[in-house]
Design a protein around this ligand. Structure first.
Ligand code: UDP
Ligand code: MG
Length: 312
């Protein structure tokens, strides 16, 4: 098997027929032994039926269906786990990632790289808020993490079998695949493309899912928030200690102590705020520690036409 193409799918019935046609046309011209793995991430529309139809009629097409919605990153992971290709492409199912770029990605990979990611030169049809938050997120992430996560790239990329096997060795529950791939290393490069509008249907990534992804990215690859919390805590309690000394001095030596209510409130609220912030940040990490110690399987497969391998 030369190439596996993994497409996570969540409620994409409108886009699937076009996606299939474009993938099939591209593959007909590519002349490689290829498998396309659609991962149905608990869609509530006819996506599953459609992909089962593709699999029945076209031997290159396969599907995995989950018992419920596990999320985009987990869907990709399941596809990687069952993929058999010497190279593996990950792409979105809403036609924002053009299948026609795959031959170029494939060719570039064989120039001696292990990872070729598709970098968005432009993004069409997305709200100003989404563009701004995405931009900020990638910039902040680049600043505070120790690994070099490429700016303005999603998960659209091609990786070699070596990288897939390395990913399988990373058992974390809170997946941030693009970060993990950067962490793995090897020779990586990129190709630029213009990201088009989602062809039809609604984005499956709600803001709460995006925030979770952003937090997973930050907490898996940076300890800076924790460090800020503890340094901030030390600084603030240091200042508070000085203020306390002054208060005692004023009380007993200067004999000038006012009603004191405003300063009391200010310091109590300020300290309370800092503490909550620090606890919140720690909580984000602790929650992820918890998820990893529970050692649950990452996903439950309901049905697939692919041979199931023992998870390692
Ligand atoms: N997706 C998924 N599970 C989810 C949400 C999204 O498998 O819980 C899939 C979705 O079908 C699409 C890809 O992930 O193929 C990207 O999702 P979306 O287009 O909503 O994200 P955006 O392009 O807005 O970042
Ligand atoms: Mg999209």
């Amino acid at each position: 098997m030369d190439l596996s193409i993994i497409v996570p799918i969540y409620n994409e019935e409108i886009n699937l027929p076009v996606l299939y046609a474009r993938l099939a046309a591209m593959l007909d011209a590519l002349l490689l032994e290829t498998e396309v793995i659609f991962v149905n991430d608990g869609s509530r529309d006819r996506s599953l039926e459609l992909m089962q139809g593709f699999a029945a009629r076209d031997p290159r097409m396969h599907y995995i269906t989950f018992s419920r919605n596990f999320g985009h990153q987990v869907a990709i992971t399941a596809g990687l786990d069952l993929s058999r290709g010497a190279a593996v492409v990950v792409m979105d199912g809403d036609l924002q990632d053009p299948p026609e770029l795959i031959p170029e990605l494939y060719a570039k990979l064989h120039e001696g790289y292990e990872v070729v990611y598709a970098k968005r030169r432009s993004r069409q049809g997305e709200s100003a808020i989404k563009l701004f938050t995405a931009k900020m997120f990638y910039r902040i992430l680049a600043r505070i993490t120790s690994v070099n996560i490429p700016i303005d790239t999603g998960d659209f990329r091609i990786v070699s079998r070596k990288v897939v096997e390395a990913l399988k060795l990373m058992p974390e529950q809170n997946k941030f695949i693009r970060g993990q791939i950067s962490w793995i290393g090897y020779k990586q490069t990129f190709l630029e493309f213009d990201r088009s509008e989602r062809a039809g249907g609604e984005p499956g990534y709600t803001y709460s899912k995006l925030i979770k992804l952003a937090l997973d990215g930050i907490t898996s690859f940076s300890d800076l928030p924790l460090r800020i919390a503890s340094i901030g805590g030390f600084v603030v309690s240091g200042v508070a200690f000085l203020v306390m000394l002054y208060a005692v001095y004023a009380r007993f030596f200067l004999k000038n102590y006012g009603i004191g209510w405003p300063s009391l409130m200010v310091s109590v609220l300020f300290l309370g705020g800092i503490q909550l912030m620090a606890i919140g940040i720690i909580g984000e990490y602790v929650a992820r520690l918890g998820a990893n110690t529970r050692q649950r399987p990452l996903y439950i497969i309901d049905e697939t036409d692919l041979p199931l391998k023992k998870p390692n």
